[in-house]
Design a protein around this ligand. Structure first.
Ligand code: B4P
Length: 182
């Protein structure tokens, strides 16, 4: 079974939801940069103070800060790991490659959670987090299409990409992911 995984997709596609379910059933480490950043904001750390406004506007936090967080949390693990929300641009792809080279644990599979815009907009409005208002969602989607979506093609060329239809119920989606990992 593949052990070094990445979830890619637009905001609200369910990356965090599916990564958490998979982590519970495999005991793989779940590393969500969004979650780690939100924790820093909640704790009111210096880093949290720096990123709070950026996140609430739906913009991307600086590559350097996110890389620091990834380095601190991504440990060599024999169990496996799931990256969720990182990388989000081509520079982050390059940084991640360097980190993984050092760990000697290359990425084995990228799940691309595909979903129509209108479905994810509704999901995010229903969720209602600080960064889930209409204006912010518009910004996040725009940034996603401009800077993150090109990663789909990048990982496809490397033959790492697995397409997942993320417009369905949780169980069907997680069963699809499990089947593709086997
Ligand atoms: P993230 O935390 O990555 O959040 P996300 O893209 O909004 O959500 P995700 O796809 O994980 O959706 P979820 O499972 O929660 O990013 C937040 C912010 O952090 C970014 O805007 C940015 O500022 C910053 N950030 C993070 N990483 C960064 C990086 N690498 N570089 C720079 N900045 C970074 O699901 C959404 C909702 O849908 C939930 O309510 C869920 O319950 C529901 N849902 C999920 N699956 C469903 C299903 N199948 N059916 C119905 N509802 C479902």
């Amino acid at each position: 079974m593949k052990k070094h995984l990445l979830f890619l997709g637009p905001p609200g596609a369910g990356k965090g939801t599916q990564a958490e379910l998979l982590s519970q059933s495999t005991s793989y480490l779940h590393l969500s940069t969004g979650e780690l950043l939100r924790n820093e904001v909640e704790l009111g750390t210096d880093l949290g103070k720096q990123v709070k406004d950026i996140m609430n506007k739906g913009k991307l936090v600086s590559d350097q800060l996110v890389l620091e967080i990834v380095k601190r949390n991504l440990k060599k693990s024999n169990k496996g790991w799931i990256l969720d929300g990182y990388p989000r641009n081509l520079l982050q792809v390059k940084s991640l490659n360097d980190v993984l080279r050092n760990l000697n644990q290359p990425l084995e599979m990228v799940f691309y959670l595909d979903i129509p815009d209108e479905v994810l907009i509704n999901r995010l409005l229903m969720r209602g987090r600080n960064d889930d208002n209409e204006e912010t969602i518009k910004t996040r989607l725009k940034i996603y299409k401009e800077t993150t979506e090109p990663l789909v093609e990048h990982y496809e060329k490397l033959s790492l990409l697995e397409y997942i239809n993320a417009d369905g119920d949780l169980k069907t989606i997680s069963a699809d992911i499990k089947r593709k990992m086997a």
